[in-house]
Design a protein around this ligand. Structure first.
Ligand code: ARG
Length: 447
């Protein structure tokens, strides 16, 4: 019936402008016919495939995508909507593969789980999504939130109801009993009512429960699975270096996710957990702090991505203690922070695939680009660091056809900065112009 209505509608609206059509017919179906609705003149435009600039290109936007890229000197039709970015450095919208949009970095007291309802998390998500987009991050992967806040946030943004980045959404992170995702060290009499653990996580023990949990998350609409393979820093009663899930459990998680066409990310700090995650067929190892040479060799061999949040250490040691971070966790951070940065250097030098991911929410959303500084300090060129946050991130997300490049067919997700990030990568901390899907989110360029 719906199809029939659309077909009839299509018969009657033959001559209406694209904007009207887009209301009744899916954007995909419209795409080939949409006429250009904006032209963007660029000065230096970053080619994320080669890591170099193209001079003076003109981006032709039709609907929410780039229709063509024309050379300098291209004659824009008179009267057409034009954005002049010739004075700026133009990049594809950035991608952060590890964020927690529902978290706030100014609240580290565990007691909040006994005072606030999960609605608070949803409210946080709305605010943090806008901050993230304004910072030039037009796509993010959210890797663990209360069920199923990231899925709902994704859909509210996608439908145009609220502003925010494109979200590749996981459900709650999957954790063992007593693991990184559990609420440890309370009396057994203390138990939140709705969720038996920290509400950003779901507990599953043993191969069968892991299989069932992954399947259930797929049922509720996640794009990606997140599993906590090792202990962590920002949890009580566990150690980052110690394995939590077994190889058999991780293998079941990866197989079940892949069977459902989903990718899977594993939180793993310790060397043995990283090895098991790679052997299990996990797509990305998050943190990877204490990876040893064998892990690095295996990651290369399997094409496993490392997503290393090497800015966090600054915030956790300097700011988080002021807002309630317990001493136990400060001590754990000291045991992985510098080690992780050194591992980053070794892994990159050895040729491990890297995608940009920051653990935003540990530090305030919107500061995502502060990590670029450390990626360059620990071995990447600025161009390589930007590639990690564009083409390589898109590859990890399985979204290479949509994001990470300013080439025909990709979303018109475009950012501009005033000074050259290939000279000083910190320029990306001050994004002046953001367009997502052909719509300007912010334009704060100096006149
Ligand atoms: N979510 C991570 C954990 O709790 C954060 C680790 C942050 N520290 C770091 N050096 N990257 O384990």
């Amino acid at each position: 019936m719906r199809l029939l209505t659309l077909a009839l509608a299509a018969l009657f609206v033959g001559n209406l402008p694209a904007a009207c059509l887009a209301q009744s017919v899916s954007p995909k179906a419209m795409q080939p016919a949409a006429p250009p609705n904006a032209y963007i003149r660029t000065g230096k435009m970053f080619d994320s495939k080669t890591g170099t600039y193209t001079d003076g290109a003109v981006l032709v936007i039709a609907g929410e995508r780039i229709q063509s890229v024309e050379p300098a000197g291209f004659a824009i039709p008179a009267g057409a909507r034009t954005v002049d970015l010739r004075g700026s450095y133009v990049f594809p919208g950035l991608i952060d593969c590890h964020v927690h949009l529902m978290h706030r970095a100014d609240q580290y007291e565990e007691i909040k789980y006994f005072k606030e309802t999960p609605f608070t998390d949803a409210i946080n998500g709305v605010v943090n999504a806008k901050r993230t987009l304004d910072a030039g991050f037009t796509t993010v992967r959210d890797v663990s939130s209360p069920p199923f806040a990231a899925v709902d946030l994704r859909d509210s943004i996608r439908s145009g109801f609220i502003p925010g980045p494109r979200i590749v959404a996981s459900g709650p992170g999957i954790s063992i009993t007593g693991g990184h995702g559990d609420l440890n060290d309370f009396s057994p009499e203390v138990r939140p009512m709705l969720y038996p653990a920290d509400r950003n996580f779901q507990i599953a023990d043993g191969v069968d429960q892991v299989q069932q949990t992954v399947r259930a998350q797929v049922k509720y609409g996640v794009d990606v699975i997140k599993i906590m393979a090792s202990g962590g820093v920002l949890s009580k009663g566990d150690q980052p270096g110690a394995p939590q899930y077994t190889l058999a459990e991780l293998t079941m998680a990866a197989d079940t996710a892949h069977q459902a066409g989903r990718k899977i990310a594993a939180h793993a700090h310790g060397a043995l957990s990283i090895k098991w995650a790679i052997e299990a067929g996990i797509d990305s190892v998050e943190h990877a702090s204490l990876a040893d040479d064998e892990d690095i060799r295996l990651a290369k061999e399997h094409g496993t991505f490392f997503v290393m949040d090497i800015y966090d250490d600054d915030y956790i040691l300097n700011e988080a203690p002021k807002v309630g971070l317990p001493q136990e966790q400060i001590v754990k951070e000291r045991s992985v922070g510098q080690a992780q940065r050194d591992t980053f250097r070794r892994a990159w030098k050895a040729g491990v695939k890297m995608a940009f991911g920051t653990d935003a929410g540990v530090y305030p959303h919107g500061d995502n680009a502060k990590q670029f500084h450390y990626m360059v300090q620990y071995g990447m060129t600025p161009a390589e660091a930007v590639q990690a946050a564009t083409v390589h991130a898109a590859e990890l997300l399985g979204r290479s056809a949509d994001v990470g490049e300013l080439t025909p067919g990709h979303y018109a997700d475009i950012i501009a900065v005033a000074s050259d990030p290939l000279e000083h990568v910190e320029a990306l901390e001050h994004v002046a112009f953001v367009m997502k899907g052909g719509v300007v989110d912010k334009d704060e360029r100096a006149r």
